[in-house]
Ligand binder design. Structure first.
Ligand SMILES: *Cc1c(COP(=O)(O)O)cnc(C)c1O
Length: 384
């Protein structure tokens, strides 16, 4: 059975983005491709092999469930890192499969140790320290206990990483907080060193930090949104092009999302369109029905405000976005037939509709809109 829309991943755009990132970060720094949230909606299964094709061999996810999906589609020598949830009964699977994971609770550290001993295998842990985000991470008063456990169990626990995460590096409003976090992380490095412990990798930077604060890059950068061709915030983009004195966006969007017209009809002036009274035809108009609605990830908040492309022109979503369909005004486009392509994200001719433009309209972040794209929409690779 056909799906009512399809998502396309542009291989050459991804190659462009990794080339750009590699140039910024240098040859020797590890780029961990963050593929949580179903690879920000791109689809883990399709995305991971594409990234590997660009030389990426390190992937970060939120949960053990996502780690298992990556494991099933990645090369055998790629590294997988769980930054969030992994339950005690999944530790055996993780350690057996060399899945690395963040540790921010003494309990998780001790459980990992128990399982590693049982398996007679090393657990590869990344110790997350609290530096000021106040989310996950060991507080200062736990550091000594962590050090003691690591020191006395080095044959079962590999100290693979020492890490932290910044609270909003995408906005200059958080500048002072980020600086304080950087200082606190240096303090953590020194504390562990005083205990004769040095992690193989120090890492702190997400996309925004890696661009704005070069000395947060350290041994590994955890790159989510940038690799997909989006900036973490408009502010980050503007600052980048200003500093580099470039005029065009060095990133290319990887994703596009397309459907087609399901029905066409003429509406008389003075009629309401769709549920309720939110849209009144102020003249005779022609509408097209697109079989994509909020159940497919096209946010209801785009009612009467969203834009899509058809025949290379930008047209308006009118009325309320329904569960499974939306109505667009095609009065100004000649000769639209059933089956005509409709682009919700992507470009056609010279025109583009981006997630960024829609999320400004609907006040959602790119992150949210992308990750809400349902898993069951087929992902197709565009390989030109
Ligand atoms: C999501 C996430 C990242 C990546 O964030 P981007 O802003 O998309 O680059 C990095 N580190 C952690 C801990 C994360 O949760």
């Amino acid at each position: 059975m056909n799906s009512t829309s399809k998502i396309y991943l542009d291989k050459s755009a991804l190659e462009n983005n990794f080339k750009f990132l590699r140039r910024i970060f240098g040859k020797n720094r590890i780029i961990s491709s963050v593929v949580k949230g179903n690879a920000y909606g791109h689809g883990i299964r399709e995305y991971v092999p594409l990234a590997e094709n660009c030389g990426i061999n390190h992937f970060s996810v939120f949960s053990s469930k996502e780690a298992a999906i990556v494991k099933n589609c990645c090369k055998s020598d790629s590294t997988i890192l769980v930054m969030g949830m992994i339950s005690t009964d999944e530790l055996e699977w993780a350690i057996t499969n060399d899945i690395e994971f963040f540790v921010f609770e003494i309990e998780r550290l001790l459980n990992a140790l128990t399982v590693a001993k049982k398996l007679n295998r090393k657990a590869k842990v990344h110790i997350e320290v609290e530096t000021g985000m106040n989310r996950t991470g060991f507080d200062l008063e736990d550091w000594q206990d962590v050090c003691d456990i690591l020191s006395s169990n080095s044959e079962f626990i590999e100290f693979t990483g020492l890490c932290t995460h910044f609270a909003g590096a995408e906005s200059i409003a958080n500048y002072a907080r980020v600086l304080k976090q950087k200082k606190n992380f240096q303090k953590a490095i020194k504390f562990f060193e005083k205990n004769e412990l040095k992690a193989k990798l120090h890492h702190t930077a997400c996309s925004a930090a890696s661009i704005r604060y070069p000395n947060t890059r350290m041994d590994l950068v955890r790159i989510g949104i940038l690799q997909y061709g989006f900036w973490p915030s408009k502010e980050t983009f503007i600052e980048y092009i200003k500093n580099k004195k470039v005029k065009t966006d060095p990133l290319k969007r990887v994703i596009s999302w397309k459907s087609e017209i399901m029905s066409v009809k003429d509406i008389k002036e003075g009629e309401f369109v769709g549920y309720g009274t939110t849209y009144l035809a102020h003249k005779d108009i022609t509408i097209g029905i697109v079989p994509v609605g909020y159940a497919h990830g096209f946010s209801r908040s785009l009612s009467n405000t969203g834009r899509v492309l058809i025949k290379g022109k930008r047209v308006a979503v009118i009325g309320i976005v329904n569960m499974n369909l939306m109505v667009i005004d095609i009065s100004d486009i000649d000769d639209v037939k059933i089956g005509e392509k409709v682009i919700m994200i992507g470009s056609q001719g010279d025109m583009e509709v981006t997630v960024a433009s829609f999320s400004e309209l609907s006040n959602q972040l790119n992150y949210e809109l992308l990750t809400r794209l349902p898993h069951d929409i087929p992902r197709c690779i565009l390989d030109k």
